[in-house]
Design a binder for this molecule. Structure first.
Ligand SMILES: Nc1nc2c(ncn2[C@@H]2O[C@H](COP(=O)(O)OP(=O)(O)OP(=O)(O)O)[C@@H](O)[C@H]2O)c(=O)[nH]1
Length: 390
């Protein structure tokens, strides 16, 4: 009975792994969802599947393939999982470290002829390596999640991976302390004692790891779509769509806490002439480099947007009229010292600046309109100057 249910569970484990490997392959193509990471997750599941199938062939005889071959294949699968997470979150690769861990494990395993008799030694080494690799996998997720999720969500999503790592470590310690546990806890040979509990734990591991990886890929995709919706494709700064979202938020803070905020609107002078003289491509380059230059010099609390064609806006939370005016002077000085390096030589740019600060009874739309009027006053005053809204 025990033997039958263990066999059925083993088939479930293999089916789950095969299903996961195929599903990730579909994510690579035709779906093209995080293709680099998905390919690695697919290979990871396929490797663990191959390792499991080798496991099932174990017997009392010495077999390097069914013991060390199986273990190394599974470890390669886990290192592919890590590599997938690193590709997903653009983290530095740890492949050479992981491969070194696997090579050392294989070397240590090969010191003792692998068979059921020396099973505790081999399973212990496998468990320690899995614990180290899963710890690394958890660490990768911690750094990946930290960028996009709250600390609460980050910790709770990383905890299951740390638990998997601790379970492998506990298994290794248990085997060192008492090798008699081997037959009941650690083996996956084809004997009637193949433990049902271990297979259930493997099923949970496979589900947890794959569900987490699917969640990560979708989260990454959503983050990418959101950032594309909020960022201007040419200059790489926030677009007008995001301005309205951010402006509403800052305005709510003003209403609740009376924390004054300001805006600085500027429009490049005689930009049409640049386009007419050098062509639209160079005009684009001027917009791009100017936006990048200003963006670099802003405080981290400020938000920078492309407001329209050659118009840009800085939203400054917790900023008074005077502080906003000094920022405008700084931006003007930066532009005056700056020239855009293009294929047709250096091009000088200047801009006309309009500053406005929020006051009692004013809506955010009125604030933008005040800044716009101030900017047009600067244009009429001869350009390359700053005007503040009354
Ligand atoms: N290359 C390029 N040009 C753009 C882009 N968006 C708007 N423009 C151009 O920017 C120019 C703006 O011209 P105007 O509104 O007449 O203003 P201006 O020449 O800068 O003159 P003033 O603002 O009065 O100093 C137009 O020629 C637009 O075609 C863009 O994304 N790329």
């Amino acid at each position: 009975m025990e033997y039958d249910s263990a066999n059925t569970l083993m088939q479930v484990v293999c089916l789950l792994l095969a299903f996961a490997a195929v599903s990730w392959a579909i994510m690579v193509r035709p779906m093209r969802i995080a293709p680099k990471a998905s390919l690695r997750f697919s290979i990871a599941n396929a490797c663990v599947l191959a390792g499991m199938l080798l496991y099932t062939q174990r017997s009392a005889d010495v077999s390097y393939l069914y013991w060390i071959g199986a273990d190394v294949t599974i470890l390669l699968g886990v290192s592919c999982l890590r590599s997938g997470a690193q590709a997903l979150y653009h983290l530095p690769s740890s492949l050479h470290i992981d491969l070194s861990i696997i090579a050392i494990t294989a070397l240590l395993m090969s010191l003792v002829p692998p068979s059921a008799a020396s099973g505790a030694y081999h399973v212990c080494l496998l468990s320690v390596s899995c614990a180290v690799l899963f710890y690394g996998f958890a660490r990768d997720h911690y750094f990946g999640f930290k960028e996009t999720l709250t600390s609460f969500a980050t910790y709770w999503l990383v905890v299951p991976l740390v638990l998997i790592s601790l379970l492998f470590l506990s298994r290794a310690i248990l085997l060192i302390v008492d090798t008699s546990h081997l037959s009941s806890i650690a083996t996956l040979d084809a004997s009637p004692q193949r433990p049902v509990l271990v297979l259930w734990v493997y099923i949970v591991f496979i589900l947890v790891v794959n569900i987490l990886a699917v969640g990560n890929s979708i989260n990454k995709l959503v983050t990418k779509i959101l950032s594309m919706a909020n960022v201007d494709a040419l200059t790489g700064v926030y677009n007008r769509n995001y301005l309205h979202h951010k402006l509403n938020k800052v305005h709510r803070q003003w209403l609740q806490h009376q924390s004054q905020y300001s805006v600085l609107l500027f429009d490049l002078d005689h930009f049409k002439q640049i386009n007419d003289t050098y062509g639209h491509g160079i005009g684009d380059e001027v917009l791009k480099q100017t936006a990048q230059r200003i963006s670099q010099s802003l405080y981290s609390d400020d938000f920078f947007f492309r407001f329209g064609g050659e118009e840009f806006l800085v939203l400054m939370p917790n900023t008074s009229v005077d502080q906003a005016h000094s920022l405008a002077q700084r931006c003007k000085a930066i532009l005056n010292d700056f020239s855009v390096a293009t294929a047709q030589g250096a091009i000088k740019v200047s801009a006309s600046f309009g500053v406005a600060s929020i006051s009692q009874g004013m809506s955010s739309e009125q604030l933008l309109s005040h800044a716009d009027k101030a900017m047009y006053q600067a244009k009429h005053a001869g350009r390359d100057c700053i005007r503040s809204a009354a």
